[in-house]
Write a protein of this length. Structure first.
Length: 357
């Protein structure tokens, strides 16, 4: 699957100029509020006609304004999941799902809906109405409804944004199953680095209606914020490794990175499985001598490879730990006190590491 978008569109004072391609897996459209993410997804969905440009899906031209081509939204066969579930309140969950099914082309409609109901774990909700569901349950039903229309691609516009942290944590594993089991390509709009780090294979970073960066998630998300537009407080790195061992007793997995090894909470992955670990820069402290007597499990030795400029008294320091680059966000004062400079040997004390499937 390849989606290629090259469009220009004006919305009042706002000007959208975006060109990117997405292939299989999850492509995150990432950027601050007002950067133009929803406008792009509406153009892909066929809900907005761009002023100029083209949208092509797998060789089929969906929009080519110069040639007067504009395939209407309902013919594009894309599933759409919004921030709020937008279920029909007067219908039961089962009837909401039937509605999605009705949009599937006839040969696909005969397919059993049970696997989707099971994957999203909504079998026990089928007779309820949306008013009697939690926010997370509603979103699962909305995803089910979109999937039952047998979409060629799923467009998800901040599907977790209206949920609290607990509901987000509850629904993320379902999104992972969706990604891994259905293989339907997904365009996923989000302004949360944590969500993007967990779900996306590719990232398109937007700012003020323009594309600022695009590439593999592990590359784009690991760039220091001095060279990127991420909210500095959200800076961090995403590293690839393999599960080397797991301790049932301590509920910890050891992940081998390029050179370093890391203990990560959770034992949900098989030994040998390729995984990603996300390390927020704000959770990495630095020491110039080897620390002892700390509760932190991960203390890595390395050399400073980059130091960013100070902003509001905070700075980012990149540490090369044998080929694994880790980012630390510390105060300018600490940087001065420790006399940090490029090339200096340091220990990175990592407070939290999350395992991303
Ligand atoms: N119909 C419209 N008329 C004028 N301006 C609009 C219209 N729709 C959107 N905009 C403006 O276009 C810009 C991009 O909006 P858009 O919703 O695409 O951003 P976003 O990145 O999805 O933001 P958010 O994360 O807050 O949803 C915003 O500045 C918005 O105010």
């Amino acid at each position: 699957m390849t989606l290629s978008v090259d469009i220009h569109h004006k919305l009042g004072m706002f000007s959208l100029d975006a060109a990117f391609t997405a292939d299989g897996g999850v492509t995150a459209l990432f950027g601050r509020s007002g950067s133009g993410k929803t406008s792009i997804i509406r153009i892909i969905a066929g809900l907005t006609r761009p002023d100029r440009g083209r949208v092509v899906f797998d060789g089929t031209v969906l929009a080519d304004i110069a040639k007067g081509i504009l395939v209407p939204g309902h013919r594009r066969r894309f599933g759409y999941v919004f921030q709020d579930a937008r279920l029909f309140p007067h219908m039961t969950v089962s009837q909401n799902l039937d509605y999605g099914h009705w949009f599937a082309p006839k040969p696909e409609r005969s397919k059993n809906r049970d696997p989707i109901v099971e994957m999203l774990d909504i079998g026990n909700l089928l007779h309820r109405r949306p008013g009697a569901l939690s926010g997370g349950e509603k979103q699962r039903v909305a995803i089910g409804r979109a999937l039952l229309s047998a979409p060629r691609m799923l467009l998800m516009d901040e599907p977790l944004a209206s949920l609290d942290e607990a509901r987000k944590a509850e629904i993320l594993p379902y999104l992972e199953r969706l990604r891994d089991e259905t293989k339907i390509p997904i365009i996923y709009v989000s302004h949360s680095i944590a969500e993007v780090a967990r779900l996306a294979s590719r990232v398109v970073v937007m700012r003020d209606g323009k594309i600022e960066a695009t590439g593999l998630a592990i590359e784009v998300l690991s760039q220091p914020s001095g060279t990127q537009t991420f909210d500095r407080r959200e800076a961090g790195v995403l590293l690839e490794g393999k599960v080397e061992s797991a301790s049932e007793l301590h509920r910890l997995s050891v992940v081998a990175l390029k050179a370093a090894r890391m203990s990560v909470p959770g034992i949900t992955h098989a030994i040998g499985k390729k995984v990603r670990v996300h390390i927020p820069a704000r959770d990495v402290m630095l020491a110039t001598i080897e620390p002892a007597g700390l509760s932190a499990l991960n203390i890595l030795q390395g050399h400073i490879s980059w130091i960013g400029d100070a902003t509001d008294g905070m700075m980012e320091v990149q540490i090369d730990c044998g080929g694994d680059a880790i980012l630390s966000r510390i105060t300018q004062l600490s940087c001065e006190r420790l006399a940090l400079e490029v090339g200096k040997s340091v220990y990175a004390i990592i407070k939290t590491v999350a395992l991303e499937p």
